[in-house]
Design a protein around this ligand. Structure first.
Ligand SMILES: *Cc1c(COP(=O)(O)O)cnc(C)c1O
Length: 392
C-alpha cells in the first residue's frame, strides 16, 4: 500500500517521461548486498560501468558518475569549467532549459538566454548570430538541451556544433542529454560536445539517483582555470579515484549494480536498435494524436521527440483533470504540463523499457481518458497507432 491507496490489481502504467519503467532484470540486479566500496569486487564493478557507459554516450572521453539527480550534473558541468561572471549562451527551449538557466544565474554566471516559444528547438542560426556579435569572445560556453522534456522537442546538436565551428568560436559546448541518452541518437564525440549531461531515470531504465558528465579534453583543460567554487562536484578527485576503480566518496553501489545490468541490456539489444524502437513507438504515438485531432506541442516534424510526446488539450479543457482521470480510472500516470504549459498539456512518455503492447495499453488509456473527461476528440487514435505498428 502506497499512501492511502488500496491495492490496485495489475501493473501501474508509469508513462511519464522519466522516471521510466524499471525492468525486472534491473530490479533484480539491484537486489544484492551492498558491498565494501574499497574492496576488489567493487573495483571490478566500477571499472565495468565506467567503461560500459562510454559507448552509450558514443564517446571515448571519460564519463563521471555522480550519486545525484540530473540537476546535480548540470551544476557539475558549469562549476568545473567556468568562473564567476563568465558569459554563457543558453536557449529557451522549454522548462528544463529555463531551470538550467536559473541554476547558472544563481551560480553567478552571466547568462544570455535566447528567448523561445517552447514549441521549437535550438535554431542554429540564432547561435550563429549570437556568436557573431561576440567580438571579444566573452561567451565561454553554449549550453543546449538536446531533448526538451517539457515540450517533446529535439534539437539538432550537430547543427549547433557546425554554427560554432563556422563562427570559429572557441566556447565550450555543453549539452543536456538526460531524456535522449539511450533513446535518441546522441553523439558526444562526433558532435564535438565538451560536456554531456546524463541521468539514470529515463532511457537508461534505472531509478533516479545517478547522473553523468562526459568530459572532453577541452573541458578538462578549462577546469584548471575555472574559478567557480566546487568541492563535491569536482571532476579531478573523481577522475583520479576512477582510474583505480574507486570513488572519492561512498558511491551509490546498488544503483551501479542496476547500471551494469542496463549497460548489458542495451548492448544485447544494440544501441542502433534501441533508437529504431523509440522512433517507431514515437511515430505510432504521433499517428494516434493526429487521429484524435489533437495537436502536439512540437511544431516541426523534424523536431518531434522520439522519447515523449507532449499533447495540447483544446482550449477550456484542463489537462490535469484529464490526467487525474486516467490515474483514477486506469491506474496510469501521464506527465503533466510544466511551467507555462501547466494545465494545458499532458505528456506521454514512450522511452526506456517499452514495447508495442505497452504503447497500445498506454494509448488505450489516453483514448478512454479523453472520453471519460469529456475532451472533444475523434475516435480511432488507438487504431491508427495499431495499424502503423502492425505494418512491422
Ligand atoms: C529529467 C530531466 C532533467 C533533470 O532532472 P532531475 O529531476 O534533476 O533528475 C534535466 N533535463 C532534462 C532534459 C530532463 O528530462
Amino acid at each position: 500500500m502506497v499512501g492511502n491507496q488500496p491495492y490496485q490489481a495489475g501493473r501501474h502504467f508509469l508513462q511519464i517521461p522519466g522516471p521510466t519503467n524499471v525492468p525486472d532484470r534491473i530490479l533484480r540486479a539491484m537486489d544484492g548486498a551492498t558491498i565494501d566500496h574499497r574492496g576488489p569486487a567493487f573495483e571490478e564493478l566500477a571499472r565495468r560501468v565506467l567503461d560500459g557507459i562510454k559507448p552509450i554516450f558514443q564517446t571515448q572521453d571519460p564519463v563521471v558518475i555522480y550519486p545525484a539527480s540530473g540537476t546535480g550534473a548540470w551544476e557539475a558541468a558549469l562549476v568545473n569549467t567556468l568562473s564567476p561572471g563568465d558569459r554563457v549562451l543558453m536557449v529557451e527551449t522549454g522548462q528544463f532549459a529555463t531551470l538550467w538557466q536559473s541554476l547558472a544565474t544563481r551560480l553567478g554566471l552571466d547568462v544570455v538566454f535566447i528567448a523561445g516559444d517552447w514549441r521549437h528547438g535550438v535554431q542554429a542560426g540564432q547561435i550563429t548570430a549570437a556568436l557573431a556579435d561576440d567580438k571579444n569572445n566573452q561567451i565561454k560556453a553554449v549550453c543546449c538541451v538536446h531533448n526538451e522534456t517539457s515540450t517533446g522537442v529535439t534539437s539538432d546538436i550537430a547543427a549547433v556544433r557546425r554554427a560554432m565551428d563556422e563562427a570559429g568560436h572557441g566556447a565550450l559546448l555543453m549539452v543536456d542529454t538526460i531524456s535522449s541518452l539511450a533513446s535518441i541518437d546522441y553523439r558526444h564525440d562526433e558532435w564535438g560536445v565538451d560536456v554531456s549531461i546524463g541521468g539514470s531515470q529515463k532511457g537508461l531504465m534505472l531509478p533516479p539517483g545517478l547522473s553523468f558528465n562526459a568530459i572532453s579534453d577541452k573541458a578538462l583543460a578549462a577546469h584548471a582555470g575555472a574559478g567557480l567554487m566546487r568541492s563535491y562536484w569536482d571532476w579531478v578527485p573523481m577522475l583520479s579515484a576512477n582510474k583505480s576503480g574507486a570513488f572519492p566518496f561512498t558511491p551509490a553501489t546498488n544503483l551501479l549494480y542496476g547500471l551494469n545490468e542496463a549497460i548489458i541490456m542495451l548492448r544485447e539489444e544494440g544501441l542502433e536498435n534501441v533508437f529504431l524502437r523509440h522512433a517507431r513507438l514515437a511515430e505510432a504515438t504521433r499517428r494516434a494524436v493526429a487521429a484524435w485531432g489533437l495537436e502536439t506541442v512540437a511544431q516541426m516534424d523534424a523536431e518531434k521527440s522520439n522519447s515523449l510526446t507532449a499533447v495540447m488539450l483544446p482550449e477550456g479543457h484542463d489537462a490535469d483533470a484529464f490526467r487525474a482521470q486516467t490515474l483514477r480510472r486506469f491506474n496510469m500516470s501521464l506527465g503533466n504540463g510544466l511551467g507555462r504549459l501547466a494545465g494545458r498539456v499532458f505528456r506521454i512518455g514512450h522511452l526506456g523499457d517499452f514495447n508495442d503492447l505497452m504503447l497500445a495499453g498506454t494509448l488505450c488509456g489516453v483514448e478512454m481518458g479523453l472520453a471519460a473527461s469529456g475532451v472533444p476528440h475523434n475516435k480511432g487514435g488507438v487504431q491508427a497507432a495499431l495499424d502503423f505498428l502492425g505494418e512491422g
